[in-house]
Design a protein around this ligand. Sequence first.
Ligand SMILES: *Cc1c(COP(=O)(O)O)cnc(C)c1O
Length: 228
Amino acid sequence: MAIYEALQATKNRITAACVSAGRPPDAVQLLTVSKTFPAAAVREAFAAGACAFGENYVQEGLAKIDELGDLRSQLEWHLIGPLQSNKTRPVAEQFDWVHSVDRLKVAQRLSEQRPAALPPLNICLQVNISAETSKSGLMPDEVAPLAAQVALLPGLRLRGLMAVPEPGPGALAQHQAMAALYTSLQSRGLALDTLSLGMSADLEDAIAAGSTMVRVGSAIFGARGAKA
Ligand SMILES: *Cc1c(COP(=O)(O)O)cnc(C)c1O
């Protein structure tokens, strides 16, 4: 399927999922995940109407941001993969969002390194909602204390939470647990507006639970190679 048709089909899935969940069709944003796909594919998706792109690997993302420099003011770049504290500087300088913050040290460095001329870097805290030891992210009970600290960092704007629920019969319950965690932080007074939840295979479950941003790669660009 060409990127244009696949993008339209994905938007239609999002709209349909919003309607069946009784939510307004514009309640959910689409983040187009371009990891492993070349800058030319991003350019094609942009021409088809996508403007927010997600990358997993810092170096690959930086290379694409550079290659697509002519479109920089029209694109939003989101880092959705793991971030080590020694790689924060170029991310603070080049990206618009980081969805994968799970340590205060990384948040502090991003805040310090965010150039003053740019708006604060948008942040989601990543939650290990399936509690798998192999996965990155905070345990659910660690989220509120870190959120309170990150919310105070001047170079950052805490927007919400991100997770990658484990596929399978327990997936919907994990999406719902994320939504509950998100609303509990809001009720503690944090001004959050982003629940980054749902991918190609599970965006309907995520939207039913309350996702406000789905991160979709393969449904738009096709299957990836072995790397991801
Ligand atoms: C790769 C990836 C996605 C997109 O996954 P698809 O199944 O291709 O839609 C979303 N979020 C994260 C964190 C990813 O690593």
